[in-house]
Design a protein around this ligand. Structure first.
Ligand code: TK8
Length: 368
């Protein structure tokens, strides 16, 4: 009798054990499936451009540090091409990092992305310098209208002592600047009328970046400017909240602004750099070899971005002339634009820092 009980008990315990083992196999089955799924998705995308789900996951513990890059423009833009070049250069040289690129402001607009770097919730962003005035007022020097004569002079000023000095100002903000990239020369578009003279700007509602110098400049030129994040711009034009905006030709074409704007004017009123930024705490956590690799990759990818930006700018202007009414601004009219904004340069000299403005203008003259 006792033996039977013992036998029964053993069988019962065994069954329990088998049941427990059977459950875990099942789970294992699931993980493999999802891993397959994950890699499939990754495979299909294959270009490392992540989506928000990937973003939320961040880096997996056991392997490479994930460097997530946030940019505002879309995946057709020369800035996106540059970011993918950076990914390629880094991942071909080391297994320490894997780079994910989030375009079209999926994660945040320029200003919010910089704040995320400061909070340590994002690794890299490459914003225009204009929203950076909200963090480092000296960056307003790049927004002084009609000061930069050409992209080539811009390269020399940015890649020289002045550029290094401006990068040095980022550290107090918990940021590190690794390279200067190109957004480009900005031009005006609108859906109300052709703009060939400063008088045509009268009352035109223009979206500007979140930057007081741009606001003051357009006001001085007679327009009615309103600051807005890039991520809100297309729908604002579609809904008629604004009449127009200003951006380089690649952005106007590749973000399809010609679908909601009829008139394009070759104002070339400001040259806007992009700046490649990283969270300083993260940067300080890397060893010298890793820092050198990332810096060199950011600079090399930046050179590629600049070259592409200039090629695309030429192509975009030709394409846009097909879809929009293009107005060249005459020299004498351009002179009137310049005169109109002179008070703005004077007004903002103090907020930027008179020494910075003088040094910047002297550097431009040196290379012109
Ligand atoms: C994209 C912006 C954009 C800029 C603007 O994030 O806001 O108009 O020219 O390129 O940086």
């Amino acid at each position: 009798m006792k033996k039977n009980w013992l036998l029964l008990l053993t069988v019962f315990v065994l069954m329990l054990l088998i049941a427990a083992c059977g459950g875990s196999d099942e789970e294992e089955g699931n993980e493999e499936a999802s891993a397959d799924e994950g890699s499939e998705t990754e495979e299909t995308e294959g270009d490392g451009s992540g989506d928000l789900e990937d973003f939320a996951e961040g880096s997996d513990e056991d392997s490479a540090q994930t460097l997530r890059i946030s940019i505002g423009v879309n995946d057709k833009h020369p800035e996106y091409e540059g970011a993918m070049k950076f990914k390629e250069l880094v991942e071909e040289q080391t297994d320490d990092f894997n780079v994910e690129v989030y375009h079209s402001g999926q994660i945040a607009d320029d200003r919010a992305a910089v704040e995320m770097l400061q909070l340590g919730s994002l690794e890299i962003t490459i914003p225009s310098t204009s929203p950076m005035v909200n963090f480092v007022p000296e960056y307003g020097v790049f927004d002084l209208p009609f000061t930069m004569p050409s992209a080539e002079v811009a390269d020399q000023v940015l890649d020289g002592e002045f550029g290094d000095k401006m990068m040095g100002l980022l550290e107090d903000q918990g940021l590190v600047g690794l390279a200067w990239w190109e957004n480009g020369f900005r031009n005006l578009t609108n859906d109300a009328k052709s703009v060939e003279s400063i008088d045509d700007l009268d009352g035109l509602k223009i979206r500007t970046m979140e930057n007081d110098i741009h606001l003051d400049a357009w006001e001085e030129m007679g327009a009615n400017p309103t600051p807005m994040a890039f991520t809100e711009l297309f729908s604002a034009m579609q809904q008629g909240t604004v009449d127009g905006q200003e951006n380089p030709y690649p952005t106007i074409e590749l973000e399809n602004y010609y679908e909601v704007q009829d008139y394009l004017s070759g104002t070339n009123h400001v040259y806007t750099p992009f700046i490649f930024l990283m969270d300083k705490n993260l940067w300080d956590s890397f060893d010298e070899e890793q820092q050198t690799l990332l810096k060199e990759a950011a600079v090399e990818a930046g050179e590629f971005n600049r070259q592409r930006s200039r090629e695309v700018a030429e192509e975009s202007l030709e394409n846009l002339k097909e879809d929009m009414e293009f107005s060249e601004i005459s020299d004498e009219e351009m002179e009137r634009f310049r005169e109109a904004v002179e008070p703005v340069i004077e007004k903002h000299k103090d907020s930027i820092g008179a020494d910075i403005v003088d040094e910047y203008l002297a550097e431009i003259e040196k290379y012109e």
